[in-house]
Write a protein of this length. Structure first.
Ligand SMILES: NC(=O)c1ccc[n+]([C@@H]2O[C@H](COP(=O)([O-])OP(=O)(O)OC[C@H]3O[C@@H](n4cnc5c(N)ncnc54)[C@H](O)[C@@H]3O)[C@@H](O)[C@H]2O)c1
Length: 362
């Protein structure tokens, strides 16, 4: 049988595209990258050349304007790797032009924008998927199955976060400019761990959110530190976002989630983690401590289990392979736009709560 091949264009040829998306597409036999767009055209040209060299396929067309890529004859899908404020704008255009759309996280910078994306996907009938790379870690997929089999019982509370000791990306550039990023570590890092934890909890509906944000290090020496290579730095640029966010989320089913995210804070070391507590078992994972389950055995003895799941396409590559499988008709989507809208509702409510000083009902 002839293999189906998806003709795809990439918008935004910066850090994440070069680091994760392009290497994945170079390996995928059912994708042809036929176009690349970046307002810094030299980046689009370099990416197109790299793709042709690595795959032996024709060099993708290059564009400065994403509308030219969207209007290119034969194009079927677009992958958006631009700064955050452009995600929804480009996604809506792509969907309105009948293209399947994959987008980097965060889904959008406001609820209004996320609603437009969801509506455009529904109207077009095309697939809209947003990067959820943490769902594709081997441990995440293992734990999801463990939970689905009822082995943790009801998960009624959880904690998660991503805290950096020193790590403000692209100081002064788009990452630290609210109008372009939508916010600081909450929208940049928090979105990853909040999504993973809520997905493991079974995607309960959020109903109320309390949050607090702080901005302590933007104008200090420590802000220019590890991870500052992400995005483009700008001398004397803008820093009008938080560098730490704390939040508490309540869900319709009574479950709760505590969240902590920072780009800079005086802690021991970077910590990316989740912890789930269920009626039959608990689970924890961090970048320092592998997945561990806490339960009782049939003798009523407390036991810890250290699963060591491996294998399968992981992280960003796993998510992109899944997107292509869905579009080409081979898989049920693991992400639906409703989940993206709920995520943006949470993020926006945390910022609103931080501003007004009380809980926000969703
Ligand atoms: N999933 C992850 O693990 C992960 C990691 C890093 C970044 N990201 C996300 O990826 C996105 C990009 O981040 P990055 O670190 O690659 O940033 P970056 O600044 O390195 O790259 C963004 C690129 O978009 C280009 N661009 C800007 N405006 C454009 C426009 N109008 N049309 C076409 N191209 C345009 C820029 O010139 C730049 O090359 C962000 O949304 C970020 O949140 C995700």
């Amino acid at each position: 049988m002839e293999q189906k091949i998806l003709k795809l264009g990439i918008v935004g040829a910066g850090g994440i595209c070069n680091g994760c998306h392009l290497p994945a597409y170079c390996k995928m036999k059912d994708v042809d990258v036929i176009a690349v767009c970046d307002i810094k055209i030299e980046r689009a040209i370099a990416l197109a050349k790299k793709y042709a060299e690595k795959t032996g396929k024709p060099e993708p067309a290059v564009f400065e304007n994403y509308m030219d890529l969207i209007n290119m004859p034969g194009i079927e899908a677009v992958d958006i790797c631009t700064p955050n404020y452009l995600h929804s704008i480009i996604a809506v255009e792509a969907l309105n032009h009948g293209l399947h759309t994959f987008c980097e996280k965060p889904d959008a910078v406001s609820v209004v924008e996320a609603e437009k994306m969801k509506a455009a996907a529904e109207k077009s009938g095309k697939t809209l998927m947003v990067m959820r790379n943490n769902r594709y870690m081997a441990l995440s997929r293992y734990l999801k199955k463990y939970i689905a089999d009822g082995k943790m019982g009801d998960i009624y509370t959880a904690r998660c976060g991503w805290q950096r000791r020193r790590g403000i990306p692209g100081m002064g550039g788009w990452f630290t400019t609210k109008a372009q990023s939508g916010g600081g570590p909450l929208i940049d890092l928090g979105v990853h761990m909040i999504d993973l934890t809520i997905w493991l909890m079974g995607n309960p509906k959020p109903v109320a959110v309390t949050g607090c944000t702080y901005s302590m290090f933007g104008k200090t020496q420590i802000s220019d530190s590890e991870h500052s290579a992400f995005g483009d730095k700008k001398e004397n640029g803008t820093f009008d976002v938080e560098d730490l966010a704390m939040a508490f989320i309540r869900f319709e089913n009574g479950a709760t989630l505590q969240v902590e995210c920072s780009w800079a804070s005086n802690i021991e070391k970077e910590n990316r983690f989740f912890e789930l507590r269920g009626t039959k078992a608990g689970a924890s994972w961090s970048n320092h401590k592998p997945l561990r389950l806490y339960t009782e055995d049939e003798y009523g003895t407390l036991v810890n289990i250290d699963p060591m799941p491996r294998g399968g396409k992981q992280n960003h590559e796993g998510n992109l392979v899944h997107f292509v499988d869905v579009v080409l008709g081979g898989a049920e989507p693991m992400f639906v736009p409703e989940q993206g809208l709920n995520m943006v509702k949470i993020l926006e409510a945390i910022y609103k709560s931080a501003e007004c000083g009380h809980e926000i009902l969703l």
